[in-house]
Structures are given as structure tokens and as C-alpha cells.
Design a protein around this ligand. Structure first.
Ligand code: MN
Length: 191
């Protein structure tokens, strides 16, 4: 079965103070669609036919890895945000405080890491062990699953994710992103 574009759980115009409908429409409807279409083309007739996107990300290399991981990362990213402002569930909040001293300190470190992620890539909060959280940058299509870590939260720092709305002001995009994190989704990713 070919991979298809996942539906968004909110309207593309749901984030007027963060991401414009125009950015959303291109990001979800064009960029993500292209990664999915290319993945389908590369999988057709190969040993990867019938495998899940996650299995492909974990084992493929080259263009198939790049496109499949970009598809996975985007699907995950779009689930990491919510137009309703969410509180951090208590268990996740305690874990963040245990690993980063405070939620504020975590946010500062996450934003600093994402600002410093040179070029195109993703910044992740991931779980590296029981009660262990870490922030990591990946370049291009990189994904922490490949290194055996559990992704909890990601932000897309490719320019296409924010350039129409924020131009070169990546830090402002990241500060706005932090206001719309779907903490319920992040907490649900804990192992
Ligand atoms: Mn993107």
C-alpha cells in the first residue's frame, strides 16, 4: 500500500499568531506531499515494499532514507503542535524539571539548540533511557530513532517551515512554536 498524506488534526488557518495558512498549505500540501510521493516511487518494486515508514527510516539509506525520514519527521512535527494552548501533563513536567532544572530552562536550551542548528534540519527532545531526556539537533532528514532514541518533540528548522512568516528570524519562530506545543502528544510518546 502506498503512503498517503496524513490529515491534519486542525485547520491550516488555526495558528494566526504562529504559522500562516499559506506556510501551512505549502508545508503540508506541497513539501510533505512531495516527500511521500518520492518515497512511494523509490519503494515501488524494491525490497521495501510493504514495510512501514518507520521500518524504512530505520534501515534505508540515500534518497529513500531522506524522503521517508522527511515524511516521518513532518508527520510527527504536525502532531507536535496544537492550536489550543496546552498545559504540560504532571509526569512529563516532573521529568523535564528533573533533566533540565525547570520548564523555562528546558525551553531556553531547546530554542538555543534549534537556533544553532546550522542549515536545514530538526531539533528534538528525545528520551534516551528511563527518566532520561536529551535535546539533539539533526541535519537534513536525520532522526534520533536511527540512534536508538525515542523522539518526544521536534521542530522543523528548514527555512520552508518559517521563511514566509518570519524570514530570517528563526528565534522568533521558535519562541512562537513553544506556545503551541501539544504537550499531550509529547507525553504520550514517553516509553
Ligand atoms: Mn518541513
Amino acid at each position: 500500500m502506498a503512503f498517503t498524506l496524513p490529515q491534519l488534526e486542525y485547520a491550516p488557518a488555526a495558528f494566526p499568531a504562529f504559522i500562516s495558512e499559506k506556510t501551512f498549505s505549502f508545508h503540508h500540501g506541497k513539501h510533505l506531499q512531495t516527500y511521500i510521493d518520492t518515497t512511494n516511487k523509490l519503494v515501488a518494486g524494491s525490497d521495501y515494499e510493504g514495510k512501514s515508514l518507520e521500518e524504512i527510516v530505520m534501515t534505508a539509506s540515500g534518497p529513500l532514507f531522506n524522503n521517508a525520514a522527511q515524511a516521518w519527521n513532518h508527520e510527527f512535527y504536525f502532531k507536535c503542535i496544537s492550536p489550543e494552548k496546552k498545559e504540560i501533563p504532571a509526569a512529563l513536567k516532573a521529568l523535564i524539571e528533573q533533566n533540565f532544572n525547570s520548564v523555562e530552562e528546558f525551553k531556553e536550551k531547546f530554542i538555543a539548540s534549534a537556533v544553532g542548528n546550522f542549515g536545514s534540519g530538526w531539533t528534538w527532545l528525545m528520551q534516551t533511557g528511563p527518566n532520561k531526556l536529551k535535546i539533539m539537533n539533526t541535519s537534513n532528514a536525520g532522526n534520533p530513532m536511527v540512534d536508538g532514541f525515542t523522539p518526544l518533540l521536534t521542530v522543523d528548522v528548514w527555512e520552508h517551515a518559517y521563511y514566509l512568516d518570519f524570514q530570517n528570524r528563526r528565534a522568533d519562530y521558535l519562541k512562537a512554536f513553544m506556545e503551541y506545543v501539544n504537550w499531550d502528544f509529547v507525553a504520550a510518546n514517553l516509553k
